[in-house]
Design a protein around this ligand. Structure first.
Ligand code: HEM
Length: 347
């Protein structure tokens, strides 16, 4: 797919400084089925009697947050993904490490260091409002699921009903993070294995990767592609020449500014649309894992289908988010809790 030169000029302007405020036709093995009871635990009307206006309460916060800090959209979507993949969708990502404790909480794991504070802030504000109207009823995990959906919609993506009924988890350990999250240099086989282990298919991998239609990545996640792709001492051949040049200017091999980020979607970086897939066809993927989806025969047809059809992507994304949102759901006091403050375990 030819890429208008103006788009790449636009990209130059978009490579921005970001200072974190510290803070199928898939031939892959069939996915493990999600235990059916996990799905049955969740329902759209779960809080209808106990907190009937929950969705509107959360929406009042996410809408304002999106106006004040649009980066909250990609940030919260990623937060939800990281929560679900580690220990299941149970709000364990929101726990803060206890002062003086030797055991670091999930959010302090190296692989979570890029999660933006704006995402945590959105959930904190939403939880405070929900607690003021429906005290002790709604889990942090459910608020995160609702907020992620809201932000997808606010950024231009689909609006879908969110099933609820997740309890918050009692375990949050940094040591459990690394092996449960994909890396920017994971191979397609590694990604499939990880997603399959969560009950997600090759199609789900392609569709959920479409979340990278919004948001940004730091240079460290793709510099190898620019200078020494998989030990070849050459750039990744699957990267558009002009994009390569632009990215090299912003992300030098050595000694670059570690706060620089580049947009995942060079064409419409702030819009939740299906441009991500067209970009992959035009060798404009940012991470090796993004571009790898279209180079792999098992997933290419799916990428091509989504690149052509925005509605198809939106429907598939809503369904895949529902599936992802059911991973490792907890219910009951043995494994779960209902936190009043999302950052602190209840007892
Ligand atoms: C398929 C494997 C995946 C890999 C290897 C991956 C990797 C990454 C990396 C390296 C970043 C940049 C982090 C930074 O520089 O701070 C990122 C950002 C992001 N990821 Fe993924 N990710 C994957 C799947 C997903 C999924 C399934 C979702 C959601 C459903 C998601 C949503 C996001 C979003 C929205 C951002 C932008 C965050 C921001 O701008 O604040 N990713 N991802």
């Amino acid at each position: 797919m030819p890429v208008p030169f103006s788009l790449l000029c636009f990209l130059t302007l978009l490579i921005i400084f970001y200072t974190p405020s510290k803070c199928a036709n898939a031939k892959s093995p069939p996915p493990k089925q999600l235990p059916a009871h996990r799905h049955r635990l969740l329902s759209v009307d779960y809080y209808d009697k106990t907190c009937p206006h929950l969705d509107q309460l959360v929406s009042s916060i996410t809408t304002q947050q999106f106006k004040d800090a649009p980066v909250s959209a990609p940030a919260t979507l990623r937060l939800f993904f990281h929560d679900c993949f580690v220990e299941g969708c149970d709000g364990s990502i929101l726990i803060s490490t206890k002062p003086g404790s030797k055991v670091a909480a999930e959010k302090d794991a190296v692989d979570n260091k890029g999660l933006r504070p704006e995402a945590f802030e959105s959930i904190k504000k939403a939880k405070a409002l929900v607690e003021s109207k429906c005290p002790g009823v709604v889990s942090c995990a459910d608020i995160l699921a609702i907020a992620a959906r809201d932000f997808v919609h606010l950024a231009g993506g689909p609006y879908y009903p969110v099933k609820k009924g997740r309890w918050d988890g009692k375990i949050s350990m940094a040591s459990r993070v690394g092996s449960n999250l994909p890396r920017a240099n994971s191979t397609v086989d590694q990604l499939l294995k990880l997603f399959n282990s969560k009950g997600l298919s090759a199609d789900d991998l392609v569709v959920l990767s479409g979340a990278h239609t919004i948001g940004f990545a730091h240079c460290e996640h793709f510099t190898n592609r620019l200078y020494d792709y998989r030990g070849t001492k050459q750039p990744d051949p699957a990267i558009d020449g002009r994009l390569l040049k632009e990215l090299k200017m912003s992300c030098p091999r050595y000694g670059g500014n570690t706060d620089i980020v580049a947009p995942f979607d060079v064409t419409t970086p702030f819009l939740f649309d299906h441009a991500y897939y067209g970009n992959l066809e035009g060798k404009l993927g940012l991470l090796a894992t993004d571009q790898g989806l279209v180079s792999d025969a098992r997933m290419k047809t799916m990428v091509q289908g989504l690149a052509k059809d925005k509605q198809k992507f939106f429907q598939a994304f809503a369904a895949a988010m529902d599936k992802m949102g059911s991973i490792g759901v907890k219910r009951g006091r043995r494994h779960g809790e209902r936190r009043r403050d999302c950052s602190i375990h209840q007892s």
